[in-house]
Design a protein around this ligand. Sequence first.
Ligand SMILES: [Fe+2]
Ligand SMILES: [Fe+2]
Length: 200
Amino acid sequence: MNAPQYIDKVMEKVKNIFENSIDQSVAHRWKHAYRVMRRATILAEQLDEEVDLEILQISALLHDIDQPFNRKEEHVKRSIIKAEEILEEIGYPKDRILKVLDIIKQHSSEGKIDISTREAKILFDADKLDGVGAIGIARVFSLCGQNGLTPDEAIEWYRKKIEKASPFLQTSIGRRIAEEKLRYVREFFEKYYDEDKNII
Ligand SMILES: [Fe+2]
Ligand SMILES: [Fe+2]
């Protein structure tokens, strides 16, 4: 099996799909998929444990492959179906496809299921880390704008999302990076409320 070849093929397909999908969430396109893959790779290296890097990277690239902007609740199921289709098209081995699909299934599972494998834990954290910090803030406002929310509503939605997801981070490194990025997000919230309240 030639590993880099599979990754290249998946990258090409993912780029193409995102470029041609007009109803895909603006916050869940190529750059999100690519950053999550990079972050997952770095976390895997830092954790220094046995990780199947190819499976992890392919899962990261495909985890939000079908997320129309107003269908967040359905996106895991939809992405699993689309990911399977893509991987079958490039001739990825069946047993490895099943592993990828299982990891994708767990990436948005805050508390609903126990995250079972090292790769699924890393993807969970890598994905959540792209939702905090400056990039996280920018993604939230563009996504909420696409969904017709006002800035106040977007902030409220973001606060709840952070509260819901943060306790479920799966790795010590992920928790540490998240804490740093969350400090910045909390400062942003404070500044926002302060400017809103104290305008003269
Ligand atoms: Fe997702
Ligand atoms: Fe994601």
